[in-house]
Design a binder for this molecule. Structure first.
Ligand code: SF4
Ligand code: FES
Length: 247
């Protein structure tokens, strides 16, 4: 396949960015989207030009770092996959593909296609943990009964990889799906109940402080989420927030 790429180039956080056009030739349908960008970068390096900077690590849908807005959609046209799991057979010879970083005030661009998602880390740090005595006399987790339904819902919430596609998909740049997944994975388990009130209040406060927008129940986040995190988590977080606020 021969393709035209329209890629966001931005030197650093302080400078203005712009879309630059590139051509890539002989792209195999079985290449991943990131491998296609590797081919482009090899071409640029051979010509003495600066390669396009993009985030990636695991390249198997686990780390959540490969966050690209492809033709206006976070992680591209496929559902339930990250950018590194997207394959070039999804595109046609002669296609033009627009590639941008995830857009949100709380995700400032660092360079080209890489954004700073430290805001997610700070939401996690505000309460996304349980305080456990690990001095050697910790109760065996297997000795605490957990209802199967709650264990499953907690597990599904815990599959959130913190990629930020939910924020990029949302017209309000809301981080409610991410935050609610991180709240739910603990609040559904007995181990997480102890700090549940403090956790939900602190994480929502931090989310607001970071400049994310509010949720208006559009549901774009759930559709674009590569891990299928459910909107039910947002409803659960809202209930918990209300309960904790009136105590
Ligand atoms: S909720 Fe989904 S889209 Fe949002 S950060 Fe988690 S995995 Fe990514
Ligand atoms: S590179 Fe890790 S999820 Fe894509």
């Amino acid at each position: 396949m021969n393709l035209t790429l329209k890629i966001w180039r931005q030197k650093n956080a302080e400078t203005k960015g712009k879309i630059v056009n590139y051509s890539v030739a002989d792209i195999e349908p079985d290449m991943s989207f990131l491998e296609m960008l590797d081919v482009l970068n090899e071409q640029l390096i051979m010509k003495g030009e600066e390669p396009v900077v993009f985030d990636h690590d695991c390249r198997e849908g686990i780390c959540g770092s490969c966050s690209l807005q492809i033709n206006g959609e976070p992680h591209g046209p496929d559902r339930g996959v990250t950018t590194c799991q997207l394959h070039m057979r999804r595109f046609k010879d002669g296609d033009t593909i627009t590639i941008e970083p995830f857009r949100a005030a709380a995700f400032p661009v660092i360079k080209d296609l890489v954004v700073d998602r430290g805001s997610f880390d700070r939401i996690q740090q505000a309460g996304g943990y349980i305080s456990v005595n690990t001095s050697g006399n910790t109760q065996d987790a297997n000795s605490i009964p957990v209802e199967k339904e709650n264990a499953d819902m907690s597990f599904y919430a815990a599959t959130c990889i913190g990629c930020g596609a939910c924020v990029a998909a949302c017209k309000n740049a809301s981080a409610m799906l991410f935050t609610s997944a991180k709240v739910s994975q603990f609040s559904l388990l007995p181990q997480g109940e102890v700090e549940a009130d403090r956790r939900v209040l602190a994480m929502v406060e931090q989310m607001d402080k970071e400049g994310f927008g509010n949720c208006t129940n559009t549901g774009a986040c759930e559709i674009e989420c590569p891990k299928g995190i459910s909107l039910e988590n947002i409803a659960r977080m809202n209930r918990e927030y209300m309960k904790a606020s009136v105590k």
